[in-house]
Design a binder for this molecule. Structure first.
Ligand SMILES: [Zn+2]
Length: 271
């Protein structure tokens, strides 16, 4: 079988996490490299950083797939001495393609939010907080427990699942048991209006501001900040699992590695 190209890998990724589900401001897709380059040794990471490029070199990888793109605000020049130019230069020099799968990985059915929910309990109904108008999936999720869970028990679950960042709980004293929860991995505060329209007892996301937690308390609604990194780190095992399943089904000889060196800037916890 011919060696898989970046183009073929992108089309596989698009089947799993359709680009049409990505946000308008996002810049997912091929960040650096060529569609014609080989793509049979893949390193998965959160950030396209000099450190993860070095990890890719050590693993002899020819593709680095990251959750975050190089930039979402636009790159207006390539200065190879500063980020992100340094990463672009190093990747090109080493013939390593960089692909980003960002907001479509959150929004896709079976994507990041669904993957995290699998670890938070048994649910009998899961739906997007902000459904896509064009296809299945959408931003955030609301999930209804098969059996309502006590706040104390759920706090233990949160602490055991979200182990790689700092967790902060803001829960109204009136909340004793949780029947449903909402989640948006990453920086999901823009989904709070959608959360408030639901019956979900608590919203799980990262990057929560003090005043947002305070405002939600007045409304007797809970929020748990599990960190931007803490929630998105699940991108690594999710993509590893999805790609492994895909390639083993098609009997393709593709090597997949996961970064071992990334950690939250806010935590000293090791992966
Ligand atoms: Zn993010």
């Amino acid at each position: 079988m011919d060696m898989q190209t970046v183009k073929e890998l992108l089309s596989i990724l698009n089947e799993m996490y359709p680009v049409s589900l990505s946000e308008a401001w996002d810049s997912s897709g091929l960040q650096v490299g060529s569609l014609s380059w080989p793509a049979d040794r893949i390193l998965i990471a959160l950030e396209p950083s000099i450190d993860t490029i070095h990890e890719a070199i050590e693993a002899n990888a020819n593709v680095l797939i990251t959750h975050h793109p190089l930039a979402v605000t636009g790159i207006y020049g390539i200065d190879i001495d500063t980020y992100p130019g340094s990463v672009v230069a190093k990747a090109l020099k080493e013939n390593i393609a960089i692909i980003s799968i960002h907001t479509q990985a959150d929004a896709a059915v079976g994507g990041l939010n669904d993957f995290i929910l699998q670890q938070l309990g048994a649910f009998n109904q899961i739906a997007p907080l902000s459904p896509s108008e064009t296809e299945k999936g959408g931003l955030g999720r609301i999930a209804f427990f098969v059996t309502p869970i006590s706040v104390e028990e759920f706090k233990k679950t949160i602490s055991s699942v979200f182990m790689y960042d700092i967790n902060r709980f803001s829960l109204p004293k009136e909340t004793i048991r949780l029947s449903s929860i909402a989640i948006c991995a990453g920086s999901g505060s823009d989904q709070i209006p959608a959360f408030l329209k639901t019956v979900a007892d608590v919203f799980i996301t990262g990057d929560v501001k003090y005043h947002i937690a305070q405002e939600l308390l007045y409304k007797k609604r809970g929020i748990i900040d599990v960190g931007h990194f803490g929630s998105e780190i699940f991108f690594l095992p999710m993509l590893f699992q999805h790609l492994t399943e895909k390639f083993s089904k098609e009997k393709q000889d593709i090597a997949i590695f996961v970064t071992k060196n990334e950690k939250s800037p806010f935590s000293s916890n090791e992966l």
